[in-house]
Design a binder for this molecule. Structure first.
Ligand SMILES: [Zn+2]
Ligand SMILES: [Zn+2]
Length: 176
């Protein structure tokens, strides 16, 4: 019963031998191709894991982003790049520091409205250009802002304006 099958199997065997060198080449090429794809995929997942960890401390977000890239590969990476937090935690921290130092500088350092020279809070005149910054109260000698009509320390000037200065109609703001 096995005799009719013999020629067929022989023919198949011969065909396999004749293309063996070509299929071997294709096999090697395919191996390298898929090896590259595998390494590329692992690199994508690794990069995403590292990137998301630098942007959020939320473990659920970290795992979700990594799984997204692991499952959808480069498509998942595109989605991750669109929705990921814009700043890294390091950048966020740096910006906070910058804002805090800027705020501290603004509150503790004042500048001359004319020449922007740094002036202290108890200066009457700008040491650089001589702009009048404050005037002393005639009664208690506390330094008063030029805009103030009444001394907040002793109440001087509450009813009678001694200097006779008309209250400024146009609200001219010197600070910027
Ligand atoms: Zn000045
Ligand atoms: Zn006063």
């Amino acid at each position: 019963m096995g005799s009719p099958l013999e020629p067929t199997s022989l023919t198949l065997g011969a065909a396999t031998v004749s293309v063996s060198s070509l299929s071997g080449l294709i096999g090697v090429a395919a191996f390298f191709f898929f090896a590259f794809l595998a390494i590329f995929w692992i690199a994508l997942v690794f990069w995403t894991w590292r990137d998301v960890r630098s942007r959020t401390q939320d473990v659920i977000l970290q795992v979700t982003a990594t799984l997204l890239v692991a499952v959808f590969s480069i498509g998942g990476l595109f989605i991750y790049l669109i929705v990921r937090p814009r700043q890294t935690l390091a950048e966020l921290y740096e910006r906070q520091l910058e804002e805090e130092s800027l705020l501290a500088e603004m509150t503790e350092r004042q500048t001359c409205p004319t020449c922007h020279y740094r002036v202290e809070g108890d200066f009457q005149l700008c040491p650089s250009c001589g702009t009048k910054l404050r005037r002393p109260c005639p009664r208690c000698d506390h330094l008063l802002e030029l805009k103030w009509n009444v001394c907040p320390f002793c109440g001087y000037g509450g009813g009678s304006m001694e200097s006779g200065r008309a209250p400024s109609r146009a609200p001219s703001r010197v600070e910027r």
